[in-house]
Design a protein. Structure first.
Ligand SMILES: CC(C)(COP(=O)(O)OP(=O)(O)OC[C@H]1O[C@@H](n2cnc3c(N)ncnc32)[C@H](O)[C@@H]1OP(=O)(O)O)[C@@H](O)C(=O)NCCC(=O)NCCS
Length: 184
C-alpha cells in the first residue's frame, strides 16, 4: 500500500500499523477483553501493552513481506478496530479477510465500508482473484458481513476454528474478482 492510509470517508480511514498504535490498541483490548475474546483467539495472549507492541511489529514485518496486510480502522482519528488480509497466498492470488471492531462503534456500517475498501484494494491493486472468509455460524454479526457484501457461501468447514478451548465450524464464504466487477 503506497502512503500510510486509505481514506473511505472524511472521518473513516484504514491506516497501516505503526508502533505508536500500541497504547490505544492495548487500551481498547483491555476495556473489551471479555467481549472481543469471545471470537478472537489473540485477545487472551494480549496481556500487557508490550504484547500489542509485539503484534504491531510483527504486523509491519508481515505487511512488508507480503504475507499479510493488516490495517487499523480509524474513526474520527480514533483507533476503533482492524481489517486485514490475515493470510495471503500469492501463488493462488487468494487472501483471507479478518476483522474486529470496538463494541461501541458497531451498528454504523463501519466494518462493511472498511471491508469494501480493503476488498477493492485487494482486487485492484494486489490483483487478487479470490477473497475468502471463515466465520463461526454462532457469530451472527460477523456472518452478516460477507452476506451483505455478496460473497458466496461455499460450505461448512467442520471444526476448523479453535479458540477458548473449543472447536467451531467455519462457514466459508468467498468472492471472486469477476463477481466483484459484475456487482460494481
Ligand atoms: C463482526 C463485527 C465487526 C460487525 O460489526 P458491525 O458494526 O455490526 O458491522 P457493520 O459495519 O456491517 O454494521 C452493520 C450494522 O450497522 C448498521 N448500519 C448503519 N449504517 C450502515 C451502513 N451505511 N452500511 C451498512 N450498515 C449500516 C446496519 O443496519 C447494522 O446494524 P444491525 O447490527 O443492528 O443490523 C463486530 O460485531 C465485531 O467486531 N465482533 C467481534 C469480533 C468478531 O467477531 N470478528 C469476526 C471474527 S470472524
Amino acid at each position: 500500500m503506497k502512503g500510510k492510509s486509505l481514506f473511505i470517508t472524511e472521518n473513516l480511514e484504514l491506516r497501516l500499523p505503526e508502533k505508536e498504535f500500541a497504547k490505544p490498541l492495548f487500551q481498547l483490548v483491555q476495556n473489551q477483553r471479555e467481549y472481543l475474546g469471545k471470537w478472537l483467539p489473540w485477545v487472551e495472549k494480549n496481556k500487557v501493552e508490550k504484547d500489542s507492541l509485539a503484534f504491531l511489529k510483527s504486523s509491519i514485518l508481515f505487511n512488508n513481506g507480503g504475507q499479510k496486510l493488516t490495517t487499523f480502522i480509524f474513526y474520527n482519528n480514533e483507533l476503533v478496530g482492524s481489517v486485514a488480509f490475515v493470510m495471503i497466498n500469492k501463488g493462488n492470488k487468494a487472501a483471507e479477510i479478518g476483522y474486529w471492531l470496538s463494541q461501541n462503534k458497531q451498528g454504523k456500517g463501519i466494518m462493511t465500508q472498511s471491508c469494501e475498501r480493503l476488498i477493492k484494494y485487494g482486487f485492484e491493486k494486489m490483483n487478487l482473484h479470490r477473497i475468502e472468509i471463515n466465520v463461526a455460524p454462532e457469530n451472527s454479526k460477523s456472518l452478516a458481513i460477507p452476506q451483505k457484501l455478496g460473497f458466496h457461501h461455499e460450505g461448512t468447514i467442520r471444526e476448523s476454528l479453535f479458540f477458548n478451548n473449543k472447536f467451531y465450524d467455519g462457514e466459508k464464504y468467498s468472492l471472486l474478482k469477476r463477481e466483484w466487477i459484475e456487482k460494481k
